[in-house]
Ligand binder design. Structure first.
Ligand SMILES: [Zn+2]
Ligand SMILES: [Zn+2]
Length: 289
């Protein structure tokens, strides 16, 4: 049975994300360790850490993932933003490590006014700089596959492979695959043979052993749209088939999968379910093992 969960809010304390994850039936929980739209953050205190760890144990949740701030752009050609991004990502890894979170997922970056090749190089150098500053930290960085909006990098598997090749500390870097982003980037995971080819390509270019987390989202926008718009599972352009394939793929049984779909109560029947509970139920119903 796959490991399924969702992104949860830390409003009221880090441990709240674990409580609400458990209430929704999550076996894994993703969270921000700081406000995702701000550079600054309050320090994490000992109480925060102990409450968080206690609630993980209480609910038996063994997998957590931190999502880095959306402001970070390690591909930026502007030195000021690039350096600020390195500083901020260092803090993201330190905060996750403090909470015992093994991975921080980050969008690789955008090249804005430069070129894709330059952006990729900047990202690789930034990752090396981050790792140089944190020789003791064991929390790993996961580069997320992106939809390829604007100049966002990491929507083609070749780009991610290139980042890893240029990065000298790549043993400290893994990959998080977002299903909506892959689909928006043009990988038609609905088609069984393209599904098979995509993972073969992933394995050749990157190595499946580097795939350490999934974001499970359907897509509001069509195949190859390069637009990042998440939809509830089965309700978007992807439909249920890609999720059926993923949830029954023995290669991914032990890789945590996180929903990043809209929150709230489901307006129609069955009324007592939240959207997270409903999406998790849908996903679990697809698994035949
Ligand atoms: Zn994602
Ligand atoms: Zn997204």
């Amino acid at each position: 049975m796959p490991i399924l969960g969702a992104h949860m809010s830390i409003a009221g304390g880090y441990y709240k994300s674990i409580d609400s994850g458990a209430a929704a039936g999550c076996q894994c929980v993703q969270l921000f360790t700081k406000n995702n739209n701000q550079w600054r953050a309050k320090d994490i205190c000992d109480d925060d850490v102990s409450l968080f760890r206690t609630q993980l144990a209480t609910h038996g949740i063994k997998h957590t993932l931190s999502h880095a701030s959306y402001l970070i752009n390690m591909g930026s050609p502007k030195d000021e933003l690039w350096e600020k991004s390195i500083d901020a990502f260092v803090i993201e890894l330190q905060r996750a490590e403090l909470l015992g979170i093994p991975y921080v997922v980050v969008h690789p970056g955008s090249y804005t006014t430069s070129t894709a090749a330059e952006g990729i190089q900047r990202i690789a150098v930034a990752l090396d700089e981050v790792h140089k500053r944190l020789p003791e930290v064991t929390t790993k960085c996961l580069l997320e596959t992106t939809a390829g909006q604007g100049s966002n990098l990491g929507w083609q598997l070749e780009q991610l492979a290139e980042m890893l090749q240029q990065c000298q500390s790549s043993e400290r870097v893994g990959i998080c695959v977002d299903t909506c982003h892959m689909f928006a980037a043009g990988y038609d995971l609905r088609d069984e043979s393209i599904y098979a080819q995509t993972w073969e390509q992933f394995d050749q270019l990157i190595g499946l052993e580097r795939l350490l987390a999934f974001h499970l989202n359907d897509s509001k926008r069509e195949l190859g749209s390069r637009k990042d718009r998440h939809e509830h599972i089965g309700a978007g352009e992807m439909g249920l088939e890609p999720f059926r394939l993923l949830l029954n793929d023995p290669r991914f049984t032990n890789i945590p999968m996180y929903l990043e779909t809209a929150k709230g109560d489901r307006p129609d029947c069955p009324a007592e379910l939240t959207w997270d509970q409903y999406n998790l139920e849908t996903l679990r119903s697809l698994n035949t093992s």
